[in-house]
Design a protein around this ligand. Structure first.
Ligand SMILES: NC(=O)c1ccc[n+]([C@@H]2O[C@H](COP(=O)([O-])OP(=O)(O)OC[C@H]3O[C@@H](n4cnc5c(N)ncnc54)[C@H](O)[C@@H]3O)[C@@H](O)[C@H]2O)c1
Length: 431
């Protein structure tokens, strides 16, 4: 029987809220007992939502750690560049930690965090939620069982649809390394590199090359005559695929990002939203009006492994539909599937058959495991927090669990891939 885990939300934003909300479904497993967030509106919203006593709410982690330890763990949902500096004080205080990805924005701070966690013997789990989805976990189990033999090649790709690209990586919080310190490969696709390297655990990545560019954005690509703000001065407002009017008013997309500046207003009308997009809301600005600071909108990574296997990953920001694909070819067979379909195929070599192979389709929808019906990230969000609770209760590490040390493998590969892209060279990866 699990004991109830008490947690403090450090950065009580969207992600921390998602993990913490398991307490409404499973109140016997998790309780939110503290909040740290400098944003007074957020802090109060979350304080009320989770019925946290006011004396356990703080505007800075330094205030939290002045108090005696009063919880088992901290869920750190601050933004990427704050992960290490806000995690160190809580690890030093003896808290275990669920930390969002990317857990560090460069190798130096990655190494610092690992050292501190080792020193204090802390349990640190990273938010690699995709590993917990039935799709990836089921494929991983087949790889572990040796169903396709030794992996020769693994190809993965992530298509980020055009409105996701625009809201997060052009207009939003991850629009520039100068603001968030994380290039798109790290912010968006460290999950995908993690999935690749998790599938390839029998060997290690030893070298990486990478190419990418900003194909669609930047001032030089702005359509002639386009305005500064979609709903103020742009003649293309009703035809542009990135129109703020179409994406955020007519369609209610990405509301947790777009209406952040209006948070706390309980009477949020369309008029107020329109005024916001027409005045000071960055999401109302033309997508071609942002500094790009060398950011890419698509990137390919090629990895060489110690045993001679190879892997490729492509991130394409600007597709019609978001989609993740995987194709693993092994010495005895192959696995190919699309995450959003919750379905994959296993093919085995069978020389006696007409086609030379036999295939089996695994449709996870049939077991009621439909992506989307399962909550965030195909159910991965919920399974990760439940697994974290198990881990803190002394249960054995699950196959899906990404501990800090485990996640170092993919973070390091991402840092090296960025180095390779920027230096236009092949970069060695040493462990
Ligand atoms: N695992 C996933 O699939 C996944 C998905 C999306 C985002 N993320 C990651 O989750 C993290 C949070 O993203 P989000 O969208 O929830 O962000 P958010 O902006 O909604 O939340 C961040 C919160 O941190 C607070 N904050 C800022 N400075 C702080 C400080 N010094 N101390 C404490 N709190 C502070 C902010 O006020 C805000 O409430 C990011 O690192 C992001 O990359 C992970």
């Amino acid at each position: 029987m699990n004991r109830k885990i008490k947690v403090i939300l450090l950065g009580a934003g969207n992600r921390a809220d998602i993990y913490a909300s398991i307490c409404f479904e499973r109140p016997e497993l998790l309780e939110v007992v503290g909040i740290v967030d400098p944003d007074a509106v957020r802090r109060e919203l979350m304080r009320k939502k989770y019925s946290v006593p006011s004396e356990n709410c703080f505007d800075d982690v330094s205030e939290l750690v002045k108090r005696e330890k009063f919880a088992d763990a901290v869920i750190n949902g601050t933004m990427d560049h704050l992960h290490v500096e806000t995690s160190i004080p809580v690890l030093e205080k003896g808290y275990d930690l669920l930390l969002e990805k990317p857990f560090a924005v460069n190798e130096a701070e990655m190494n610092t965090l690992v050292e501190v966690a080792r020193k204090y013997g802390s349990k640190v789990v990273i938010g690699h939620v995709l590993r917990y989805t039935d799709f990836y976990r089921s494929i991983k189990d087949r790889v572990l069982a040796g169903e396709i033999g030794k992996i020769i090649s693994i190809e993965t790709c992530e298509h980020v649809n055009y409105h996701h690209m625009a809201v997060s990586y052009v207009r939003g919080k991850w629009r520039s390394e100068k603001i968030c310190f994380a290039p798109m490969l790290l912010a968006k696709s460290c999950h995908d590199i993690d999935i690749m390297l998790w599938m390839m655990r029998e060997t290690q990545p030893v070298a990486v090359a990478s190419f990418g560019s900003d194909f669609q954005f930047g001032a030089q690509r702005k359509p002639e005559g386009a305005g500064e703000r979609c709903m103020v001065d742009c003649p293309y407002v009703d035809e542009c695929i990135f129109s703020a009017k179409a994406n955020y008013l007519a369609a209610p997309r990405w509301k947790h990002y777009v209406w952040k500046s209006l948070e706390g207003d309980e009477n949020l009308t369309d008029e107020k939203k329109a005024r916001s997009l027409m005045t000071d809301n960055p999401y109302g600005k033309c997508v071609w009006g942002f500094e790009r600071d060398g950011n890419v909108d698509h990137q390919t990574v090629i990895i060489n492994f110690a045993n001679g296997a190879t892997g490729t990953f492509s991130m394409i920001g600007g597709s019609a539909k978001s989609e993740r694909n995987i194709h693993i070819v092994g010495t005895n067979g192959e696995i190919k599937g699309t995450f959003e379909d919750s379905r994959y195929i296993v093919r085995k070599m069978v020389p006696s058959s007409k086609s030379g192979y036999e295939e089996t389709v695994y449709d996870l929808n049939e077991g009621g495991d439909k992506i989307g019906a399962m909550g965030g990230h195909g159910g991965g969000d919920k399974k990760l927090i439940l697994d974290f609770i198990d881990y803190l209760n002394g249960k054995e590490l699950s196959v899906s669990c990404a501990t800090l040390e485990d996640s170092v493998i993919s973070h390091r590969a991402v840092f090296k891939a960025e180095e390779a892209r920027k230096s236009e060279s092949i970069v060695k990866i040493s462990t």
